[in-house]
Design a protein around this ligand. Structure first.
Ligand SMILES: [Zn+2]
Length: 264
């Protein structure tokens, strides 16, 4: 039986395949580290993404991908699992009513945002910007960079046609406009949803950290795998490796039988 896969466009317009997470024994090795999220995403992508010939990507390759490109790859992994809907729980900021929002990942899947783009300030000065890649996150984390000005400056490549270095200080007036420019060019990375409360009709923007929600889903899949191993090992005394070597449909069959016979 062929493993389900979804294709997506990786950097340099190369087509790649993503497999469903939870279909290989090595998926239990991924550490869902909430502190170093970028490393967890990189490990996931290295494990689940291949080129269209089935060749693995390099272990450092996803560090060079923009956050937008990484999101597209994570979405493709989720679509390969046939699981397109993320259910978000939010509370109305006016009346506190709990609301459930269904996000259909198929509406977000597509070509990644261009890694470079041009923005003009109020005076018409042309500014060349690049989207942050995971290597930037790693460097900012290592150097303890938190100042918005420093983050923004490191993503400016040139001003009025002149290349600028990392020591370039953008005018303070640019900072919030730059934030808006990045959000407009790459709406997926800083996703904003608009929702209306069914109880009080209040219109509310909802900031959605799509990467965090996707990671939550993969962590849930891993927890389910571990639970299945535990149930099958308890019932049949098979080893973890033996259980994980079974195709998913056979694991599901034995689990059904355990439930039907009341063994669990
Ligand atoms: Zn409300």
């Amino acid at each position: 039986m062929n493993e389900p896969k979804a294709t997506f466009t990786a950097p340099a317009a190369q087509r790649c395949c993503a497999r469903a997470f939870g279909s290989a024994a090595c998926d239990l090795d991924i550490a869902f580290d909430v502190v170093d999220r970028a490393s967890a995403v990189t490990a996931l992508l290295v494990s689940c993404v291949s080129d269209t010939q089935g060749r693995a990507i390099g272990i450092d390759e996803p560090w060079t991908w923009t956050l937008n490109q990484r999101l597209q790859a994570l979405i493709a992994m989720r679509l390969a699992a046939g699981d397109a809907i993320i259910e978000l729980q939010v509370a109305c900021s006016a009346c506190g009513e709990a609301m459930a929002l269904d996000l259909d990942l198929r509406t977000f899947a597509g070509d990644p945002a261009a890694p470079r783009f041009t923005w003009y300030d109020d005076d018409g000065t042309e500014v060349s910007l690049r989207l942050p890649c995971a290597d930037d996150l790693r460097r900012w984390r290592r150097d303890g960079v938190l100042a918005q000005e420093t983050l923004a400056a490191s993503l400016i490549e040139s001003v009025a046609g002149q290349a600028v270095g990392a020591d370039h200080h953008p005018p303070a007036g640019w900072l919030s406009a730059l934030d808006d420019a990045f959000a407009a060019h790459d709406p997926l990375t800083a996703l904003q949803l608009q929702t209306r409360c069914p109880a009080c009709d209040h219109d509310q923007p909802v900031a959605c950290d799509l990467e965090a929600w996707l990671l939550d889903g993969f962590a849930g899949t891993q927890a389910k795998m571990l639970e299945e191993v535990l149930q099958l090992a308890s019932a049949f005394h098979w080893s973890e490796a033996e259980i994980l070597a079974l195709p998913r449909w056979r694991r599901a069959h034995y689990l059904q039988q355990i439930a039907a016979r009341g063994w669990a």
